[in-house]
Design a protein. Structure first.
Length: 257
């Protein structure tokens, strides 16, 4: 299977499983697209349409209206260049802010071990998840309440879902999460507060999460890279196999990764 398609299908599976445990969430596979809403996680990349085919353009207006009727900022996520009619329809509907998001993958042989002083622990207690949440919120510059649903026990208790903390001298400096499903390990919520950046901590915890996922049976690691993280992942050995385009209304909060 094409690696870009494999990454996309893996992301859809993750979103579907999250919707199964998060309050009032919906995940619906429709003709040419997926509609999802996560009211407790008001991020456009989690609320709106993920387009698979250009046939979704016809239904786009009604689908977005469903999401926005719940008072949620909606987004349209496409694989750049694959659904031009959807992109055109989204812009015509006022979703003119465009954010490219690299979709990247790596196999075991692609990755370099970044030397680091980091002590990395797997979190398995409510206090530990709260620490990871606080660190992620600081790293992303968001209120902790905004990210809290991703650290609820219903999510962290999913089979294959892991949260990691990286520490130096007993102090938490970075965090990441991973989710192993069907031979793939997704890397999410890699966050390092600004005061601790530039020391390789994000790379080290990402490499650790990938290594653990591969040991748990995955043979492909994947992620969606933020602008600040893309160069880190490339140095580790990740390669871009698809470019997503997130279309939103201007001035909306967009993706975190």
């Amino acid at each position: 299977m094409d690696e870009g398609l494999r990454l996309h299908l893996a992301l859809c599976t993750v979103a579907e499983r999250l919707a199964g445990v998060m309050e009032r969430a919906r995940f619906e596979r429709r003709d040419g697209y997926v509609l999802m809403t996560f009211p407790t996680l008001p991020i456009p990349s989690f609320n709106g349409v993920w387009a698979d085919e250009d046939s979704a353009a016809v239904a786009l207006g009604d689908a977005l209206a469903e999401v926005e009727a719940e008072g949620i900022a909606a987004g349209v996520l496409t694989r750049s260049g694959e659904t031009p009619a959807v992109e055109e329809a989204a812009r015509a509907l006022g979703l003119t802010a465009a954010e490219p998001i690299p979709g990247m993958v790596a196999n075991a042989g692609d990755l370099d071990d970044p030397a680091s002083e980091l002590e990395i622990v797997r979190v398995d207690t409510a206090d530990g998840f709260a620490q990871a949440l606080a660190l992620a919120a600081e790293g992303f510059g968001l209120p902790a309440d905004f990210l809290a649903p991703l650290y609820m026990l219903e999510v962290t208790g999913l089979d294959g879902f892991e949260v990691y903390l990286g520490r130096v001298g007993g102090r938490d400096v970075t965090t990441a999460a991973s989710y192993v499903v069907d031979g793939d390990v997704g890397i999410f919520n890699v966050a390092t507060p600004s005061m601790h950046r530039g020391r390789g901590y994000g790379a080290a915890i990402t490499w650790h999460a990938v290594r653990e996922g591969l040991a748990a049976g995955a043979d492909l690691a994947y992620l969606q890279a933020s602008a600040i993280g893309e160069s880190v992942y490339r140095r580790l050995g990740f390669r871009e196999v698809v470019t997503y385009l997130l279309l939103t209304r201007p001035a909306e909060v967009t993706v975190i990764s």
